[in-house]
Design a protein around this ligand. Sequence first.
Ligand code: GDP
Ligand code: IMO
Ligand code: MG
Length: 424
Amino acid sequence: MPVSVVIGSQWGDEGKGKIVDLISQDIDIVARYQGGANAGHTICWGDETFVLHLVPSGIFQPNVQCVIGNGVVIDPVAMVEEINMIKDLGYNVEGRLFISHNAHLIMPYHKRIEEARERWRDAGAIGTTGRGIGPAYVDKFARTGVRVVDLLDRDILRKKLMSSLEEKNAILENVYGAEKIDVEAMIEEYVEFDKLIDPYVKDTTNFLVHALKEGKHVLAEGAQGSLLDVDFGTYPFVTSSHPTVGGCCTGLGVPPTSINRVIGIVKAYCTRVGNGPFPTELEGDNGEALRKAGHEFGATTGRPRRCGWLDLVALNYTSMINGFTELAITKLDVLSGLDEIDVCTGYRVNGKSTKRFPSDIRMLSSVEPEYVTLPGWSEDITGVTDWDKLPKNAQDYLSFISEYLDVPAHIVSSGPKREQTIIR
Ligand code: GDP
Ligand code: IMO
Ligand code: MG
């Protein structure tokens, strides 16, 4: 059986959690392949709402197994907290959640370095989630990281942390003028994680590849969004991993030839948390109205999300990079009640019109969006589950997106809950 991948097509928070939870009903294994607890994936059904940061969004489907792949950076404190939260809700986690022994760990010094670096960058700050993601990936690539497998051997963990902290403390104190980390206290805290994490640790690549051979269906869950990809996003205002489709192979160890379905999650408008260019951003009352209607506040940090119109130039670019085979368009209900809806179909750059997404963020920061104005609809469409029950203008809005991108929208989300969905 093949691998399906769910990918955020914009700057994150497109509603990936909702869609992964929904699709998981027909899936055997859901696997996260990158990022860490910077993600906040919301899942709702009935009167329940939960936000997951590290555990894959398939965990609330009792027959689904979940994998946290080698490409994820794991904060053991956040991990244990989340496992406990899920257990307290009455879900069985042992034997159902597996963590790659090769995944790297986020340590307290990563968060402290991130905080110091953001302060140091001053006006150029990225506006990170403060979860230590960037510095943990830096250590991974500098080959000085600590991995899950190291947690299971106290002597190795102690040695690695001692040597790492010597360098980190010198940087914290001498470069950033920040407070040092107490080596012994940190080691004492982290050696305790071996017992807590041990039941979940596995060679997840071997597990996944065998599962695929046995005919199991794997759903890979991307975190963040394609425009936050460290290579393809709006660098340097990006995250430090690869949310795009290639990250699925390197972050899980599944071959590219096993992927046959790439689902782009598209919010019906656009949001961004943190700094960086956002051509279709609506400032003032219009942005505020969208933020209010869509409850656009970060699921991880609670920060207000910047809001704006749908940007088809950016979406066409992320569709090209990921090879979306289908779209899931979310939060359509949020646009109800608008007389008119603007959609960006081109950029004006130096007086010329283009449909190409510029790779230079200085250029992206100065483009003028060219809009097509489509008629809105007044009906409340919250909870609609049938395409034919959508107002004609809402259908036309969705068709406009699919036609521009030349990708069909198989799923349309009409509310935060699992059941508030149109499947075509
Ligand atoms: P993710 O990071 O991509 O999983 O998205 P988040 O969970 O951070 O943000 C999406 C927010 O929109 C959450 O509060 C969801 O409950 C909510 N949501 C998802 N789909 C819909 C939808 O179709 N309509 C509405 N109104 N809310 C939605
Ligand atoms: P989900 O999976 C939205 C943004 C941060 C910041 C930049 C870098 O819920 O869609 P980082 O902490 O990763 O170093 O921050 O990336 N960011 C997200 N924005 N949704 C997310 O995740 C995000 N994860 C990181 O706001 O701009
Ligand atoms: Mg989110």
